[in-house]
Design a protein around this ligand. Structure first.
Ligand SMILES: NC(=O)c1ccc[n+]([C@@H]2O[C@H](COP(=O)([O-])OP(=O)(O)OC[C@H]3O[C@@H](n4cnc5c(N)ncnc54)[C@H](O)[C@@H]3O)[C@@H](O)[C@H]2O)c1
Length: 362
């Protein structure tokens, strides 16, 4: 036990609990501390820990946990608008940090954290689970390997259920989340950057809250979060990307449909089915040339969370960086860049105009 890495989980709501259940599959780690100001959330964590809850220290604030010491790593799964302050006592220490997406809810906070993270002594990693869904990982590998030829177009569709209810309803307001295009869509913007291999230069987003949350009131206030949008992102290398988001389409058979089109072929991946479909241009005449591959996902990893096994596989990559010095795949700068595209999309939707990233760049 003493040889295991000691991790603290900050924020033990839905995602904190998914980290706990997924970490149970990594024998190198023991969760030794939990932090949450909400007692019922601490109880969720204890339930998830089961027999392992004995001896786990519980704190109301991250500062108390840090004062106590005795930790090697911290996973931050508190609400988006708390990430900046939660990180303050941690940055610059030797603790290994995995901070859930989005890095921060505002671009200014994200910039400050990304700058401070350059001097951090431990591994600093931003939680971008979608990269770690095995079928998505295979898709990215194949695009990078030239399967579609020269990548020209990349489209991502997420058609899903509305935002779930969160502790204290923090996710109903853009001031807490950064807005839907930051909160949820930073995943897709991160995946676009990874797949395209370049930075975004221009964003046009048409989006609004047209269906969900219209009748909800919190302290007399109506939510202000986008529930559907189309976003076009132009990249510096000429690739164009599209995100099609609907959060009132839970009847869709596939939650995510991602398509890369190059000058030689098209490649599709779907989640949750986990199928890759390769369609070279000559399949127009020779349909037998279409190749379908199913990417199976380990059952224990799938069962440990609700992100197609991604939380477990991301932990493995994070641990590889800590234990073996493997490169950090999702740095604070990557987290910042994803927030930047999301913030540009929010601005674009509000002002109904294309936004050059140069307007926002620090
Ligand atoms: N990567 C993903 O796919 C994914 C999925 C869901 C959520 N998330 C992210 O995880 C984070 C948490 O989301 P959630 O869905 O678990 O929300 P949640 O509301 O279920 O849980 C958040 C918890 O944080 C606690 N909290 C609030 N302020 C805190 C503070 N200062 N210090 C410690 N704990 C605090 C709350 O009491 C609550 O228990 C968010 O940043 C969210 O964007 C990521």
């Amino acid at each position: 036990m003493s040889a295991r890495l000691r991790f603290g989980i900050v924020g033990t709501g839905m995602m904190g609990v998914e980290h706990i259940t997924s970490l149970a599959l990594s024998p190198e780690v023991a969760v030794t501390a939990i932090v949450d100001p909400t007692p019922s959330s601490l109880d969720w964590a204890r339930d998830a820990l089961g027999d392992r809850a004995a001896g786990v220290a519980a704190y109301r604030t991250v500062a108390e946990m840090v004062r106590e010491g005795k930790l090697d790593g911290v996973i931050i799964a508190s609400p988006n608008h708390t990430h900046h302050d939660v990180l303050q006592p941690l940055l610059g220490t030797g603790l290994h940090i995995l901070c859930e997406k989005p890095l921060c809810s505002s671009l200014g906070d994200a910039a400050r954290v990304a700058d401070a993270a350059t001097g951090h002594k431990g591994v600093f990693w931003v939680g971008m689970e979608y990269r770690y869904m095995p079928p998505v990982g295979r898709f990215v590998e194949q695009v990078h390997g030239g399967r579609v030829g020269r990548l020209v177009m990349l489209s991502m569709r997420e058609h899903r259920f509305p935002f779930l209810t969160k502790v204290g309803d923090w996710n109903r307001f853009s001031r807490n989340t950064g807005g839907t295009m930051v909160e949820k869509c930073c995943h897709f913007f991160d995946l676009m950057r990874l797949t395209v291999g370049a930075e975004a230069v221009r964003v046009y987003c048409s989006g609004a809250m047209d269906v969900n949350h219209l009748d909800e009131r919190y302290g007399g206030e109506t939510p202000d979060i986008i529930d559907n949008s189309y976003t076009v992102v132009d990249f510096a290398n000429g690739v164009r990307a599209l995100l099609d988001l609907s959060m009132f389409a839970e009847g869709a058979q596939e939650q995510e449909e991602i398509v890369a089109v190059g000058d030689q072929a098209r490649l599709d991946v779907t989640i949750p089915r986990g199928d890759l479909v390769y369609s070279p241009r000559d399949a127009f005449r020779r349909p037998e040339r279409v190749e379908r591959t199913h990417v199976a996902v380990d059952g224990a990893a799938l069962a440990a969370g609700s992100h197609h096994g991604a939380t477990y596989f991301q932990h493995r990559a994070f641990l590889d960086a800590i234990l073996n010095g493997a490169p950090v795949a999702v740095s604070a700068e990557d987290g910042y860049r994803a927030v930047e595209i999301g913030a540009a999309a929010e601005l674009s939707a509000r002002e109904r105009r294309a936004v050059d990233l140069a307007e926002l760049r620090r």
